[in-house]
Design a protein around this ligand. Structure first.
Ligand SMILES: Nc1nc2c(ncn2[C@@H]2O[C@H](COP(=O)(O)OP(=O)(O)O)[C@@H](O)[C@H]2O)c(=O)[nH]1
Ligand SMILES: Nc1ncnc2c1ncn2[C@@H]1O[C@H](COP(=O)(O)OP(=O)(O)O)[C@@H](O)[C@H]1O
Length: 206
């Protein structure tokens, strides 16, 4: 399979729904997926490491990356920029590895334009009340930011129809298991298509 391109998986959904938590759990287990570390202008939270959680950039540095077309997608989210490094994603897919992005909804829609063949997964909250609890309990945001994030969440949930899969994050382990099944079944699909394609070619040649 190594002469084949990898598959791009995009996990998205409202802030606070648990994308980071679910993604970390997926990567704690043995996996062939490669995680694309994003660039951001937001400040580092306690415990976060540059080059592990994000690549932390100044606004000037980030705007230069935009100008140089170095980002596959980017979005302004609650006054900060977030973006995906283009070269890492394209080179890794080209080398035959699957790439996993964990990004907000505006960015996911941009990725859909350049990678329509990507697999788009929307992480859905059990309820808006629970989403509010999760944002508040994380304790990293002021009240004003919590309200901003909830306002964004309502708009983001309306975008759900553009996704290939919707996974409710009621229990982390269940959500992780569902995402792992999606990854496996996407592989099965492509392997099957590949075999059918080879068969058609063989039939044509004989
Ligand atoms: N468009 C885009 N969004 C990103 C990227 N990296 C992270 N995000 C999203 O930006 C939002 C804010 O991220 P962050 O400040 O880390 O907060 P948290 O994910 O809510 O803990 C989240 O919805 C992230 O999934 C990226 O490269 N591009
Ligand atoms: N399935 C879940 N059940 C209960 N709490 C959760 C669940 N998933 C995530 N959380 C909690 O919700 C908060 C937001 O999760 P986080 O992963 O930071 O969200 P996101 O990356 O989508 O912004 C965190 O405090 C996290 O521990």
């Amino acid at each position: 399979m190594n002469d084949e391109k990898g598959i791009l998986f995009i996990l998205s959904g409202p802030s606070g729904v648990g994308k980071g938590t679910v993604r970390k759990k997926i990567f704690e287990q043995a996996t062939d997926l490669k995680y694309s570390i994003s660039m951001t202008t937001r400040s580092k939270r306690p415990g976060e490491i540059d080059g592990v959680d994000y690549f932390y950039k100044t606004r000037e540095e980030f705007e230069k990356l935009i100008e140089q077309n170095k980002l596959l997608e980017y979005a302004q989210y609650v006054n900060n920029y977030y973006g995906t490094p283009r070269d890492y994603v394209e080179d890794t897919l080209e080398a035959g590895h699957d790439v996993f992005l964990e990004i907000e909804v505006q960015g996911a829609m941009q990725v859909k334009e350049s990678f329509p063949e990507g697999v788009f997964i929307f992480l859905f909250p059990p309820s808006l009340e629970e989403l509010k609890n999760r944002i508040t309990s994380r304790g990293t945001e002021s009240n004003e930011l919590v309200l901003n994030r909830l306002k964004e969440a309502r708009k983001e949930i309306e975008m759900m129809d553009s996704y290939d899969y919707v996974v409710v994050n009621d229990h982390v382990d269940l959500a992780v298991a569902k995402i792992q099944s999606i990854i496996q079944s996407e592989h099965c699909k492509r392997e099957r298509i590949e075999k059918q394609y080879k068969k058609i070619l063989e039939d044509e040649l004989t």
